[in-house]
Design a protein around this ligand. Structure first.
Ligand SMILES: [Zn+2]
Length: 1097
């Protein structure tokens, strides 16, 4: 539903996001060559281009450092010159050293560093980024893990802590204990029920009673996180009720916290989607409530990532609250009063990323685990559990209504818990969340909580010798009081609190029960998430560019057309945003809820495809402004389609019977790509020409279902496309007579271990020569790599040309499920021991060799494993090996399937994984921890290395991974578990689907004198992963190609149609920053994300 946004503001948002996206790409790829260098290096492979660039960067680092120093001296020695003069001087200097961006005035830089929101930064810092050591912090999570014993002593009433005591002299009339009871209701947008079912059954009632009761009780407060629900409710309430809500927000009685579309998962999500859902929520808030957000609330995600802290910080938030950290980590932080800290990015060599974070100390965010250490006591103060209601206390002591007779005793009992909780923090302010899942859904419940608590507060506050001031509060109230309290102690205030870096994975809530199963649960939908990210990003970019191309004053028809496409984009954004929920992409919802998410994702994909093909059509027209659009027309069909939400994508067959066909290839990355493109066509003998009419080298191979079942009449065409940055290019494919095209070859196919009865006759295989042969070693070579495979069809080594051979083998292993009260399920991974290898056997396999690409597909039980090497000279993808596993676990019971790579790299216990596709983090495999604790989220890549080699595995979909021995990397592929793991879901994970997982293997031999100070992906691994996440989009022309013009580089369109200046904003566009000229080059800091708001002319 997009009627909630005015077309004008939606338009700004789209442009804002799209340009933001462009800027993200530029940052992400800013290590890659500039345009000029690209042309110079035209003939090199991607890897060679990157090696040149690395050496240039290394040479330039020194020069840039000197430049930086000189500028600094200049700035301190003389009064700052005016900005233009400064920029001019630096432009000259920068050009001399082939640097793209100017240094900003140092004085201005100093001034802006003091501001909260980050501005584009310094070039010298950019070059030195990898070598700068991160600033030390008081707590470093990996160091903490090395130290901690992970024993699990019984703490008594606070089972995972210790017996808390206190001295009442710490409080006085001047220094009271301040208590903020924070009413909250955790609303999952889909889990046991679907998003819409929860809304209809519970959430609507929560909102309705919220308005009535907050109005009736002005001292009552409430916080709310999930904007997706607020949006549903908003569409059905009256203007009067909306006005009441605005009033409640403006007077601080109702606080919106984080205000994302959902409360996103932090393990499997990609930062682009995290940001998309946050922008969607914040934009809603700005338009409907004209409100901003200051405090984050992430109480249910199963482990916490610093990427989220970073995104919230750069979106203008000041504080955040988290809950699900490992119980032993909580105990350790509590012991040292470090549950409140400044969370700093591991890569930050300064302090600008610091985000103030509060960790809840106990087992859960529910009321029994929030007022203090004893859940049996705290439960008695959850008045929704009064006898006769729908909830009760499992500790078997029920709450009692507060009356004159018991208030003294009840207030003293509760205060004792508050005082104990206060001992864990470094202040005299206590936050006491009061709520649970889907709470406050009736007036009765609101009243029970309000009336009884207010009686307790009034009594406590009236006892002058208790030195306490208790009240309802929001997060804003709490953090303001905390800041004031900290100022009383030290002038620095909150700045004096400790610094922490690292993350909170892998989460355990008790004993050895580690939540590493959900890193892999429902991998089919995890993969679909990344496909939608790619499609949505591509569609948003192309749509924005098409809008600019149609000009500032389009016809009525054309503007109604573009607003329909915009509605498609809004629908897709909301579907993607919803799926980022911590029971969505995590795979921890009921089967029917998973189906509902799948339907929404598929619909979003279809809408993105419509936007893509319609926008492409507009951009390819000579006069887009004169276009007579038709929303239902299919000008271009995607080369792949999905026949249903539970099905993998299938390639369409391009029929060449009626003459030549146009194929549109869209590169939505901001750098040049040379990549193999594969299509299904109806003929084995073809000719492919590029937009300039040059005939390209190509190959055709027969298409098989599985390893050996030939599909008649379809051929897999592969050619290498050279694509300019942000470009649409039209290639032409036509059928030719056999041998007519000298640049086209047929692949040679060898089949091994295929039983006689399944072999294809030579006549049916024609024109291909298919041979059946005994097992033998296989070698594939490209200009960069040699890949050796054994007679069983599995790889044995990988060699980068010019270097020593690296032994590298692949193994498929399975884990069984432990028997016990808390077995493996959707959340938990509880293996029954070490993994078991698939026993070696004579599996059938197929080898295809051609001049453009070579591949081997082997059929293992329940799994087709394919390795592929692009062989064409100059292709980017000749620098890595692609692996695809197509798994079907539907016949297995309590089995988890993993792919394990063994190499000769001496990596010891060290490996590196990424966080949210945004940053990388060092890991250690600890013997003191069980197997399941040594699994980490691998949302995008992992690597191992020694002084001679680095091996990176990149992933097209998020999965769980580990390095359980030196030289090993392992990723889970799928899991089928027959039972519930007692975390509330009430079912196992048995809805297995045929699932495809895709990886790339990058082998490198770093040639560096000094090791980088930070674990960073190499440029090559980064490029491999980006092109994997954002594959080129191939679209097949649906009619004759006569009307299709040659080629359009949409990058040229970017600055046109917009005002000359843009406004920098916080990431979600809520807080406005300074104005920047589009014509001037922008200097951007490494790792940082930026957003700008553009206006149309
Ligand atoms: Zn939840």
């Amino acid at each position: 539903m997009f009627h909630l946004r005015s077309p004008d503001s939606i338009f700004k948002l789209v442009l804002g996001i799209s340009i933001g996206v462009v800027v993200f790409i530029i940052i992400q790829m800013s290590y890659l060559p500039s345009n000029d260098q690209r042309e110079l290096d035209f003939d090199g492979t991607l890897e060679q281009r990157l090696i040149h660039l690395e050496s240039d960067i290394s040479q330039n680092r020194h020069v840039a450092g000197q430049l930086h120093k000189a500028v600094k001296e200049l700035m301190t020695a003389a009064p700052p010159p005016d900005q233009h003069q400064q920029a001019d001087q630096l432009d000259v200097a920068a050009n001399q050293h082939q640097q793209a961006a100017p240094q900003r005035a140092a004085a201005e830089w100093q001034q802006e560093r003091q501001q909260q929101r980050r501005q584009p930064g310094s070039m010298a810092g950019f070059c030195e980024f990898g070598q700068q050591s991160p600033k030390t912090t008081d707590v470093q999570m990996l160091d903490l893990y090395k130290e901690m014993p992970f024993d699990n002593p019984d703490g008594g009433a606070w089972k995972q802590g210790w017996e808390l005591t206190y001295d009442t002299s710490q409080w006085s009339a001047a220094k009271k204990l301040r208590v903020f009871v924070v009413p909250h209701s955790h609303n999952d947008p889909g889990w046991i029920k679907t998003f819409e079912q929860y809304y209809a059954g519970q959430t609507r009632n929560i909102f309705n009673s919220m308005v009535a009761m907050l109005e009736r009780f002005p001292r009552m407060k409430f916080i709310w996180a999930e904007i997706s629900y607020l949006d549903l409710w908003w569409s059905e309430i009256s203007p009067e009720v909306k006005a009441k809500v605005k009033r409640l927000v403006s007077r601080g009685q109702l606080e919106l916290v984080t205000a994302g579309w959902v409360m996103p998962d932090e393990a499997n999500t990609h930062y682009w989607a995290v940001l998309e859902q946050l922008v969607t929520g914040h934009e809603w808030l700005r338009l409907n409530l004209n409100a901003t957000v200051s405090n984050g609330w992430s109480i249910d995600p199963f482990g916490l990532s610093p990427t989220l802290a970073y995104v919230l910080r750069r979106s203008g938030l000041d504080h955040m609250v988290i809950q699900r950290a490992h119980y032993a980590v909580k105990r350790r932080l509590a012991r040292h009063k470090q549950l409140e800290f400044w969370w700093r990015q591991t890569w930050d060599s300064g302090d600008s990323t610091d985000m103030f974070c509060h960790v809840m100390p106990f087992y859960s965010y529910d009321a029994p685990h929030s007022c203090g250490p004893d859940p049996k006591v705290c439960c008695q103060f959850d008045f929704a559990r009064l006898p006769g209601g729908k909830y009760n206390c499992p500790w078997r002591v029920a709450p009692r209504p507060i009356n004159d007779g018991n208030v003294a005793e009840r207030a003293a009992t509760l205060l004792d818990q508050y005082r104990k909780k206060a001992q864990l923090y470094n202040s005299r302010v206590v936050m006491v969340p009061l709520g649970d899942d889907f709470r406050y859904d009736s007036a009765h419940e609101w009243e029970a909580q309000y009336v009884n608590y207010q009686r307790l507060f009034d009594h406590m506050n009236g006892q002058t010798d208790w030195h306490v001031e208790a009240q309802f509060g929001t997060l804003a109230d709490y953090f303001a009081a905390l800041e004031a309290d900290a100022r009383k102690e030290a002038a620095a205030g909150l700045a004096a609190f400790p610094r922490l870096s690292g993350d909170f994975f892998t989460y355990a809530d008790k004993n050895d029960e580690y939540w590493s199963g959900y890193y892999t649960s429902r991998p089919f939908h995890k993969s679909m998430d990344r496909v939608l990210i790619s499609q949505l990003r591509a569609a948003e970019l192309l749509y924005s560019l098409a809008l600019a191309a149609v000009g500032p004053s389009p016809s009525v028809e054309l503007s109604s057309h573009t607003s329909q496409l915009l509605a498609d984009l809004v629908l897709a954004r909301r579907a993607l945003s919803l799926f980022q929920h911590h029971d969505g992409i995590t795979g921890t919802a009921k089967d029917r809820v998973v189906i509902d998410y799948g339907n929404k994702l598929l619909k979003a994909l279809e809408r993105c495809q419509r936007v893509l093909q319609q926008s492409a059509q507009a951009l390819l027209l000579p006069e887009p402004a004169a276009w007579q659009p038709d929303i239902s027309a299919v000008y271009w069909e995607p080369a792949e389609r999905r026949r249903g939400p539970e099905r993998l994508a299938e390639r369409r067959t391009l029929s060449l019977a009626d003459g030549e066909r146009a194929v549109l290839v869209y590169n939505d990355l901001a750098h040049r790509r040379v990549e193999a493109v594969s299509l299904h066509v109806s003929s084995a003998h073809v000719e492919v020409t590029d937009p300039r009419g040059r005939v390209l080298k190509s190959q055709c191979a027969p298409v098989f279902d599985g390893v050996a079942a030939l599909v008649d009449g379809v051929h897999k065409l592969t050619f290498v496309a050279t694509l300019a940055p942000l470009s649409l290019a039209v290639f032409t494919v036509r059928q030719v007579a056999p041998m007519e095209n000298g640049r086209h070859e047929l692949a040679l196919v060898t089949l091994v271990h295929v039983p006689k009865g399944q072999q294809v006759s030579p006549g049916r295989a024609a024109p291909y020569a298919v041979e059946y042969s005994p097992p033998a070693p296989v070698t594939f070579g490209s200009t960069d790599l040699t890949l050796e495979l054994g007679p069983d069809g599995l790889m044995t080594s990988l060699t980068r040309v010019g270097y020593d051979r690296t032994a590298l083998s692949v193994d498929f292993v399975t884990y069984g499920a432990q028997r016990g009260p808390d077995p493996s399920g959707a959340y938990l991974f509880m293996p029954d021991g070490a993994a078991r290898s698939y026993h070696r056997s004579a599996w059938p396999y197929r080898v295809e060799r051609g001049p453009v690409a070579a591949e081997l597909a082997v059929q293992l039980p329940d799994l087709t494993h394919t390795v592929r090497l692009v062989r064409a000279e100059g292709a980017d993808d000749a620098s890595w090996v692609e692996i695809q596993n197509r798994a079907d676990m539907s016949r297995r019971r309590n089995v988890e399937l993993a792919m394990r790579l063994h190499s000769s790299i001496s990596s010891g216990d060290r490996f590196v994984t990424d966080l949210n596709g945004f940053q990388t983090i060092e890991r250690r495999t600890f013997e003191k921890l069980p197997t399941q604790a040594n699994f980490y989220p691998v949302p995008g890549m992992m690597y191992i290395e020694d002084e001679r080699a680095r091996l990176t595995l990149t992933l097209a979909q998020p999965l769980g991974g580990a390095s359980l021995g030196p030289g090993q990397m392992e990723v889970m592929l799928d899991r089928r578990l027959m039972q519930d793991d007692n975390r509330g879901l009430g079912q196992g994970v048995t809805d297995s689907r045929v699932t495809l997982s895709t990886f790339r293997l990058v082998l490198e031999h770093p040639n560096q004198q000094e090791a980088p100070q930070k674990p960073l992906p190499s440029l090559l691994a980064h490029a491999a992963h980006r092109s994997q996440l954002h594959p080129v989009h191939a679209l097949l022309h649906s009619r004759s190609c006569a009307a299709v013009p040659g080629k359009l580089n949409v990058a040229h369109l970017l600055p046109e149609g917009f005002q000359a200046t843009a406004t920098q904003t916080s990431l979600t566009g809520v807080h406005l920053g300074r104005s920047v000229a589009l014509a001037a080059p922008l200097a951007l800091d490494p790792m940082e994300l930026y957003a700008f708001r553009l206006k149309r002319l």
